[in-house]
Design a protein around this ligand. Structure first.
Ligand code: SIN
Ligand code: CO
Length: 379
């Protein structure tokens, strides 16, 4: 892969080898001449929506010193003294804005299974969320105005008690940088940081996801619960009278243990589980079906000319003979696999490449179109 200005002139391979999960990187003018993709009016309008996750973090003069509210916000505080400085955090801006989506996708040298969302923060002078660590890697791109970042590799991650947000009790900054628009800071997980707005500013966080094993395990057992097949029912034709009626007898235990040990899972089960799990849209996501959907025949004719493109909110993954889209999975044969893998990787496919797909895939594409999961491509 070629060297990217986005990564300060190094290749993704070098970035992943030397920095990813390892150490911070400041990239001056990662995007030269960067200007905000959304103006504040548009950002505040997003924060007023039910289907957009937003938070307002403010400093308070009264104890405990910080306050946090969850959106939607129909109004926001105005300019504030430093003692009441506030910041608005809008999650998932990429789901609602084409330019924000395009920016997030510049980071697709990292797989979609790891990429989470683009969060936009707006802060008044002195605004921030306090010194903290995140569980995930993050790229912090300065979009407007300036922000002073102080960062440190401390081990002591004790939090201030009684706060509505996670603020480190003993923050020990080791480095300090002032970021201008277009500058970007990469931080590995659990690296302490505190960003404070110098004047009004906006920062874009390119965030990643790394599911906790416990969360995966619980979801996997639920998935297996829906798929296991254990025919038959407990039986004891040789039952003998008991003088300890409350005791679970050994024969019962042995028989049931033998049956439960038939619950097995293969790598294929794990692949299907993972594909469905990781492609599941977040709870707040609402798709927009076409206002006047074409008939299946008209759709197929148009798709053959224009191709199709995945909706911004669609998550599509694949593995071997399995294709996953928005939490659903299905098995596909080899020619279909090539076309659907191309659609998932490129997020669009031209009409010619759809020519050879099976009737099943044609039907699926039409259903996805009707659900707003994809649309016809450009003419
Ligand atoms: C912010 O943009 O204000 C906070 C981002 C972060 O520190 O993770
Ligand atoms: Co952070």
């Amino acid at each position: 892969m070629k060297k990217l200005p986005l990564l300060g002139g190094i290749t993704p391979a070098v970035f992943l080898r030397d920095y990813w999960h390892k150490k911070p990187l400041v990239i001056r003018q990662a995007i030269a001449g960067f200007t905000p993709l959304l103006d504040t009016k548009t950002l505040f309008a997003l924060a007023a929506r039910e289907d957009v996750e937003s938070r307002l973090v403010s400093r308070t003069t009264k104890k405990p010193g910080w306050a946090m509210q969850h959106g939607p916000f129909n109004s926001l505080p105005g300019p504030a003294p430093k003692s009441a400085a506030w910041t608005l955090l809008v999650q998932g801006a990429n789901l609602h804005d084409a330019a924000a989506d395009a920016l997030l996708r510049q980071f697709r040298f990292i797989p979609d299974t790891r990429l989470d969302d683009l969060m936009i923060s707006y802060a008044v002078e002195g605004g921030g969320v306090g010194p903290h660590v995140d569980s995930y890697d993050v790229f912090l791109l300065q979009a407007h105005g300036q922000r002073r970042w102080r960062i440190g590799a401390q081990r002591d991650l004790t939090l201030v008690e009684g706060l509505p947000l996670k603020v480190l009790r003993n923050f020990v900054p080791e480095q300090e940088f002032v970021l201008d628009p277009g500058d970007m800071l990469y931080l590995p997980p659990h690296y302490a940081h505190d960003g404070v707005a110098i004047g009004e500013c906006m920062t874009y966080s390119i965030g990643f996801r790394a599911p906790a094993y416990q969360e995966l395990g619980e979801a996997f057992l639920q998935f297996m619960g829906d798929t296991i097949d254990l025919p038959g029912r407990y039986a004891d034709p040789d039952l003998k009278p008991t003088s300890h009626p409350a005791q679970i007898d050994g024969a019962m235990l042995a028989q049931i243990a033998e049956q439960l040990q038939k619950v097995r899972f293969t790598d294929d089960d794990i692949a299907i589980f993972l594909g469905e799990y990781l492609s599941e849209p977040k709870a707040s996501v609402v798709f927009s079906p076409p206002t006047r959907a074409l008939s299946a025949v008209r759709f197929a004719q148009s798709a053959a000319r224009r191709g199709v493109a995945l909706a911004r909110k669609t998550q599509m993954l694949y593995r071997g003979a399995h294709v996953f889209i928005n939490g659903e999975s299905f098995g596909v044969n080899r020619p279909d696999r090539t076309s659907l893998a191309a659609l998932a990787d490129e997020r669009a496919i031209n009409g010619a490449s759809l020519a050879g797909v099976s009737e099943d895939v044609r039907e699926a594409l039409y259903l996805w179109y009707c659900d707003g999961w994809l649309s016809l491509g450009p003419v």
